[in-house]
Design a protein. Structure first.
Length: 516
């Protein structure tokens, strides 16, 4: 087949791509930040300033010169353990253990089989809604949504005699633009956002509570919000597909590759058997979790009258256990796992993908540790809060919240990676916005970040899977350019961003808790 060469792109999209090429990898950014923070601390060493503490009292801070001998010793003494492995009470370990459970389920083939089974079960009219919904839910399986659901969506539409790009666009919108929504609590993204939000708040004396003064649980502090968001975004995504994307793409030509089998994604007999086994595994694991919740992990009161809920404190481990149990059951039922060593290999394979996270967190957590120890983090927060207070925005918390969403959404066009952006923005905005207006508690700042980070994923070349999705789409339209893909996905991005902002403002204005 002769394929016409891609035409050079012009305008805004081309500018974004050119600018994006000059943005270094987040690891390099944090290396530079680490060095830059030391230099700035030397220039500002000894500077004192006052801010308000959590109790409303005035607190005096002083910036430390990190080139002083005792501070250099602090850097070396804390680089490996306190500032990295034990950072935030061992947040790195929490992230890794979640990924172990998810890794067993993903590498067993469970997620791929579930996506295929459910996708082939509903009538064509419901496919847009289903694909967006499944895309949103696939965030628990990281790569599965990108690598399985999106190609499957193209095959489903091709089999129906419709432009495959319609289904792929709907699935892509759900997988990437709806990344922060889900029906399941304590997903890996919940852990990363929530645990670090607690660290950012407590490091600068900000109470980790909601607007009612109730203590937040990091992994579930946004759960009610993301639960509602799942249904709202699924409906919006289906509406955008039916009203805007499908009519436009139905007028476009496409090809079906000669070697493409439209039943490539049929559920095999082995997968059907694995799904039956996984249902048994799910029931048994949930019964085990229930037994723990009403038994050893049941709530109790300490001698001084404080209520402790071990079940909620360990919900991350319990959900990881469920993922692992269901994944093992599917793996053995389908024949993917034949011995225990296969399960071990699945966990090792998942950890192989975590190497970058280890490198990133080493430099990131050491930078954040230095930022807190030197006093520069408090100083940046104080400067930002002082500026916002000076211009009177503390009287308009909704404007502050919306402004933060818009700024973060724009940054997302140029800097990829949720974790790295949260590590950059969270330490500044979690305490700063609270200091400007105490109604902007850490859970609302975190929710605002999640909205912004997800909504513009599908229109930026910086998103990790942008090139892969473009390659998938080119199977049906070889001349498709990245600019064409952006134009296709822009309606989803704008609709998701606007609807999500309205939903977030609604929770805030009505005083509805974001989670538990």
């Amino acid at each position: 087949m002769n394929v016409s060469p891609d035409k050079p792109e012009k305008g805004f999209i081309a500018t974004v791509e050119r600018v994006g090429r000059f943005i270094p990898d987040p690891v390099i950014i944090f290396m530079a930040f680490l060095i830059g923070a030391m230099v700035i601390s030397a220039l500002l060493g000894g500077v004192q300033f006052q801010s308000f503490g959590a109790d409303g009292g005035e607190v005096t801070h002083e910036i430390r010169n990190m080139f002083a001998a005792e501070n250099v010793r602090w850097l070396f003494d804390n680089a490996l353990v306190a500032n990295w492995l034990a950072f935030g009470g061992g947040v790195l370990g929490v992230i890794l253990i979640v990924m172990l459970g998810v890794g067993i389920a993903e590498n067993s083939g469970l997620f791929a089989a579930v996506l295929k089974k459910v996708s082939r079960a509903l009538p064509a009219k419901l496919l847009p809604l289903l694909l967006v919904f499944l895309g949103i839910m696939s965030s628990i399986a990281t790569d599965a949504g990108y690598l399985v659901l999106i190609p499957l969506a193209g095959l489903l539409y091709a089999g129906l005699g419709k432009n495959p790009l319609i289904g792929m666009a709907a699935a892509f919108a759900g997988v990437s633009a709806g990344f922060s929504a889900n029906l399941i609590p304590a997903t890996p993204i919940d852990v990363i956002i929530g645990v670090n939000a607690q660290i950012f708040a407590e490091a600068q004396g900000i109470p980790f509570t909601n607007a009612a003064g109730e203590a937040l649980t990091p992994a579930t502090m946004n759960y009610y919000f993301i639960l509602v968001s799942t249904f709202v975004l699924a409906a919006i995504g289906a509406w955008v597909t039916i009203k805007f994307v499908a009519p436009r793409l139905e007028q476009k030509s496409y090809v079906i590759p000669e070697d493409l089998e439209l039943d490539d994604f049929d559920v095999s007999d082995a997968e059907r058997r694995g799904l039956r086994w996984s249902l048994v595994g799910l029931v048994l694991s949930l019964l085990a979790v229930y037994g723990l919740a009403v038994g050893p992990l049941a709530a109790y009161e300490t001698a001084d009258g404080q209520r402790v809920v071990p079940f909620l404190n360990n919900v991350i481990l319990l959900i990881s256990f469920v993922f692992a149990a269901v994944g093992v059951a599917f793996g053995y039922g389908s024949g993917r796992f034949t011995k225990l060593m296969d399960v071990v290999r699945a966990m090792v394979k998942q950890m192989d993908t975590m190497g970058y996270i280890l490198v990133l967190t080493f430099f990131c957590y050491n930078f954040l540790g230095l930022l807190a120890y030197s006093g520069l983090g408090n100083y940046i927060t104080w400067l930002g809060a002082s500026l916002l207070v000076a211009i009177g925005l503390q009287q308009f918390p909704i404007l502050l919240l919306v402004g933060f969403v818009i700024v973060t959404a724009l940054i997302n066009l140029f800097v990829g990676g949720l974790t790295s952006k949260w590590m950059l923005l969270g330490p500044i905005f979690v305490p700063m916005l609270y200091m400007v207006n105490p109604a902007l508690t850490p859970d609302f700042v975190a929710a605002a970040f999640r909205v912004a980070d997800s909504a513009t994923n599908i229109i930026t070349p910086m998103m990790t899977y942008a090139g892969i999705i473009l390659a998938f789409m080119r199977k049906y339209k070889p001349e498709l350019t990245f600019g064409d893909m952006i134009a296709m996905m822009l309606p989803y991005s704008m609709a998701f961003l606007c609807a999500w902002i309205v939903l977030l403002v609604g929770f805030f204005a009505l005083g509805i808790p974001l989670g538990f």
